[in-house]
Design a protein around this ligand. Structure first.
Ligand code: HEC
Length: 369
């Protein structure tokens, strides 16, 4: 009886106010929600109302709620669009979970593998948050495809590591040697922190934690939360054994080879700063890629190409020296997948010195005049 009353109410509202103001629309939705256990297929009038509300709710959280509450089928494309717009909030995650039907999975895979980089990343983020075994083949496919951007593949790694089956699959890829090397750090970092003891132990063997001076570093999340002493951090950065200043300048101090770090605290957050030191190969900024030139006279040179024309290529070498080669003398030039910044420099400092140095870099908000 109660159900009928609500149907009457809902239908009545729609008929009485065809262009309902938002308060009335909300009232209708509320009434509709109480009817959610009704079978829409045997209530065509009600179904019409629900679909009208659904149409009016495109792009809004209500769309996801209506699909969920009335168990509607066939709305995957719109759910995926919603999830792409809100990949990291709970309604967006609910949207992607509702979209993981057979046709939906195909659409999702197309988005992850498609040509729109923003849609690919947002879809991967939503999938990584969905924590559903159904997403694992797509996420795993993205992880091993090194034509995809590193940032997207790291999101996929972290998504897989959240579920036991995903973590196990990642470990299997690593053991089979199928993980691209630029993911070593991200996979190690995610897998050494998983909840499952046995998987964690295997991961720690496969990906030993980065070493600080004399001791293993705490996990990245812990490092980020630690407090650092900026004044000591400056000393650590400029101390010869750290080698940073042989390649980086801060406010004119140090050698100009790698990116200047005077305003680096504005560009990179703490986590990204740690990653630049612990895993320099991940995320090399544009223009600082490593090139190996082979020339007729001087053999091989490794550096950063600062300019090139048809006739000449200028290479900046570690130490800051610049050498210009005639194209005619160049036998070959190849871009390396790795950074010129060496990995493992954190081994020259204690974990606390590293924390201090990152606090120092984080404090560098703009170049001093
Ligand atoms: C042999 C040269 C070299 C040394 C030594 C070196 N770096 Fe680098 N660094 C680079 C190059 C080249 C890049 C750009 C490519 C990359 O990101 O790997 C870079 C990138 C960075 C970045 C990211 C900059 C950006 O704009 O994204 C940070 C931060 C950084 N280095 C900090 C350090 C610190 C701290 C040390 C010392 C512990 C250090 N570097 C030692 C060459 C070096």
């Amino acid at each position: 009886m109660r159900g009928r009353l609500f149907i009457a109410l809902a239908v009545g509202l729609t008929i009485a106010w065809p262009s309902a103001a938002s308060a009335q629309t909300n009232l209708q939705l509320e009434a509709l929600k109480r009817l959610k256990n009704l079978d829409l297929e045997s209530n065509p009038a009600l179904k019409k109302i629900v679909l009208k509300h659904l149409e009016a709710s495109r792009g809004k959280p209500a769309f996801v709620e209506i699909v969920r509450d009335f168990k509607l089928n066939g709305h995957e494309a719109e759910l995926i669009r919603f999830a792409q717009a809100h990949p990291n909030d709970s309604t967006g995650v609910e949207a992607i979970r509702l979209a993981l039907t057979e046709p939906g999975l195909k659409l999702v895979a197309d988005a992850v593998n498609g040509t729109d980089p923003n849609a690919a990343l947002a879809t991967t983020e939503a999938l990584a948050n969905a924590q559903s075994p159904k997403t694992e083949p797509i996420l795993l496919g993205a992880v091993v495809d090194n034509t995809k951007p590193l940032a997207l593949r790291i999101v996929a790694v972290n998504g897989l590591a959240k579920a036991k089956t995903g973590a196990r699959a990642l470990l299997a890829e690593a053991k089979a040697g199928r993980l691209p090397a630029d993911l070593n750090f991200a996979v190690g970092n995610a897998m050494r922190g998983v909840r499952w003891k046995n998987l964690r132990a295997q991961a720690t063997k496969l990906f030993p934690p980065p070493q600080g001076l004399g001791q293993a570093l705490p996990p990245l999340a812990e490092l980020v939360a630690m407090k650092g002493d900026i004044a000591n951090g400056e000393k650590v950065f400029f101390r010869p054994q750290s080698t940073c200043a042989t390649c980086h300048q801060v406010n004119g101090r140090g050698i100009d080879f790698g990116p200047k770090l005077s305003g680096i605290g504005t560009k990179l957050g703490k986590e990204a700063l740690y990653l630049s030191v612990l895993d320099p190969n991940a995320g090399i900024p544009f223009g600082y890629e490593a090139w190996l030139l082979k020339t007729k006279n001087s053999g091989e040179a490794l550096g950063i190409i600062t300019s090139q024309t048809d006739d000449e290529v200028t290479l900046k070498l570690p130490g800051g020296i610049t050498i210009t080669h005639n194209t005619a003398d160049i036998v070959s030039r190849a871009q390396l997948p790795t950074s010129i910044m060496p990995p493992g420099l954190q081994a020259t400092m204690t974990p606390q010195d590293l924390v201090d140095m990152i606090a120092y870099l984080h404090s560098l908000k703009q170049a001093k005049p």
